[in-house]
Write a protein that binds this ligand. Structure first.
Ligand SMILES: Nc1nc2c(ncn2[C@@H]2O[C@H](COP(=O)(O)OP(=O)(O)O[C@H]3O[C@H](CO)[C@@H](O)[C@H](O)[C@@H]3O)[C@@H](O)[C@H]2O)c(=O)[nH]1
Ligand SMILES: [Mg+2]
Length: 191
């Protein structure tokens, strides 16, 4: 680890989150000095929470437009995902989980449970995801949800039965990695 030497660091863009271009050296597994180049996009770490109503056998998912997917083959640009958001400065992942669930869905949750920490695209993006499941009551009272208007969020709530989620998984129709991981985790460990 300690023999990694950054030879050059160039900032390619710094509009929202920095995109940098590195030239670095490190000793490889065969003891040889290697020089490499790597573009790195510094997106903040994030939290994802799969909301489960085990009494009524339902998940609460969200649907929203995702430009990068539209630019890469997703015809409508819409993606069905578990509730997720970026960690604000000074926030713990648990605090982000409660805030994002409230902003995006408006439902109270309980028993927030850690599932895993994952790098989502290790070759080029710094982002580290904190994955959780939590329980909600689909028949309970809830706030508005829908995301923050001032951030341009436009979020539709999608309630999906366990059966439909299983079928959609089997057909390979979910397209968001963290959502697939959490649904599979739930079916493997709780059903
Ligand atoms: N201006 C600007 N706004 C951005 C940019 N990138 C994101 N935003 C905005 O910043 C807000 C972030 O909303 P969050 O709910 O905190 O995050 P998220 O977009 O849901 O992110 C989660 O899901 C993504 C898609 O799967 C993940 O990529 C991400 O890691 C995270 O898990 C959204 O309004 C989004 O449009 C950008 O480059 N420029
Ligand atoms: Mg979000």
């Amino acid at each position: 680890m300690s023999d990694i030497k950054i030879i050059k660091e160039e900032t390619l863009s710094d509009k929202k989150y920095p995109l940098k271009f590195y030239t670095f050296q490190r000793t490889g597994s065969k003891g040889k000095l290697l020089e490499k180049k790597n573009e790195v996009y510094f997106r903040p770490d994030a939290v994802t929470v799969l909301l489960v109503d085990s009494v009524n056998s339902k998940f609460l998912l969200i649907k929203q437009f995702r430009l990068p997917t539209f630019l890469n083959g997703n015809e409508t640009g819409y993606l069905v995902e578990a509730c997720a958001g970026l960690i604000d400065e000074g926030e713990s992942p648990e605090e982000t989980a409660y805030r994002e669930v409230d902003e995006e869905t408006g439902y109270p949750i309980h028993d927030l449970t850690k599932v895993a920490n994952v790098y989502t695209s290790a070759g080029g993006i710094t982002e580290f995801q904190h994955l959780y499941i939590a329980w909600y009551n689909s028949r309970g009272r809830h706030g508005e949800g829908g995301g923050l208007e001032e951030e341009g969020e436009d979020i539709e709530l999608v309630e999906m039965s366990f059966d439909e989620a299983r079928r959609t998984l089997k057909k390979g129709e979910f397209m968001d990695a963290k959502t697939i991981l959490l649904l599979q985790h739930y079916f493997l460990n709780y059903e």
